[in-house]
Design a binder for this molecule. Structure first.
Ligand code: CO
Length: 217
C-alpha cells in the first residue's frame, strides 16, 4: 500500500468511528464554525495542535509555520489573525512553540545558500537572537542556547501580535482576545505557559496607532 493510500483508508475508518460515537457529529460541524481559540504553532510534525490538547474538530482555528512566526508582512498569518479575531471572534490567541525547534536551531547557524526562502523566513529569528545575544551566549551548552531562544521567540511573537491594529482594535472595542505564549516539551508532551497578555496590556507607544494630523491649514 502506498503511504497516501494509508492516509485515505485511515480517514474512512476515523469518519466511521466518529459517526458510531456521535451520529450527528459531522452534521453539527457542517454549519458554521465557532472556535474559541486561534492557535499559531510550529509546522513541526511532532506538535499537532489538536492532538496535544485533546481537542475536537471545530474547537481550534489553526495556523502553523516554521517556528511559529507572526510577521507583519506575511499575508498568510496576518489574514488568519484578522479572520479569527474579526469574524470568528476568538477569545484567545495562543502562540505555541516547542523546545528543540529545528527552525530556531537553523536560525542559530549559518545560512545555507540554497535555502533562499527559508533564509528570509529565519532572518526574523536571527534578529531576536541579536537583541538577546548576551543572555543567550552566557548559557553553557548549545541545547540551552537553542531552548532559551525558543522561549524568547515565543514571547516576541506574542508581542508582535499586540503590535497589530487587529489586536489593538479588538482590545479597545471588545476587550478580547487574551494573548498567550506557550512552549511544548517534545520529550514529555507537556505545555508550559510563558506569557499572558490580557486585553488592555500597555503597548510601547511606538507600536500604538494615531489618527493622521489635520491638513486643513
Ligand atoms: Co519547530
Amino acid at each position: 500500500m502506498k503511504p497516501c493510500e494509508k492516509l485515505l483508508i485511515e480517514n474512512k475508518a476515523w469518519a466511521a468511528e466518529k459517526i458510531v460515537q456521535e451520529p450527528d457529529f459531522f452534521k453539527k460541524l457542517s454549519g458554521d464554525q465557532t472556535p474559541e481559540f486561534l492557535w499559531i504553532g510550529c509546522a513541526d510534525s511532532r506538535v499537532p495542535a489538536e492532538i496535544i490538547v485533546n481537542a475536537e474538530p471545530g474547537e481550534i482555528f489553526v495556523h502553523r509555520n516554521i517556528a511559529n512566526q507572526v510577521i507583519a508582512t506575511d499575508f498568510n498569518s496576518q489574514s488568519v489573525l484578522q479572520y479569527a479575531v474579526d469574524v470568528l471572534k476568538v477569545r484567545h490567541v495562543i502562540v505555541c512553540g516547542h523546545y528543540n525547534c529545528g527552525g530556531i536551531k537553523a536560525a542559530l547557524d549559518k545560512q545555507r545558500v540554497d535555502l533562499t526562502l527559508v533564509n528570509k523566513w529565519l532572518i526574523h529569528i536571527k534578529d531576536i537572537y541579536r537583541i538577546h545575544q548576551n543572555e543567550i551566549e552566557s548559557l553553557d551548552t548549545q541545547e540551552k542556547r537553542v531552548n532559551r531562544l525558543v522561549e524568547l521567540n515565543i514571547i516576541e511573537q506574542v508581542q508582535r501580535l499586540s503590535h497589530t491594529a487587529i489586536i489593538q482594535n479588538a482590545w479597545k472595542r471588545e476587550q478580547r482576545p487574551v494573548l498567550h505564549g506557550w512552549v511544548y516539551g517534545l520529550d514529555n508532551g507537556v505545555i508550559n505557559p510563558l506569557v499572558t497578555l490580557p486585553p488592555g496590556t500597555h503597548i510601547n507607544s511606538i507600536y500604538q496607532f494615531v489618527e493622521p494630523p489635520d491638513n486643513d491649514s
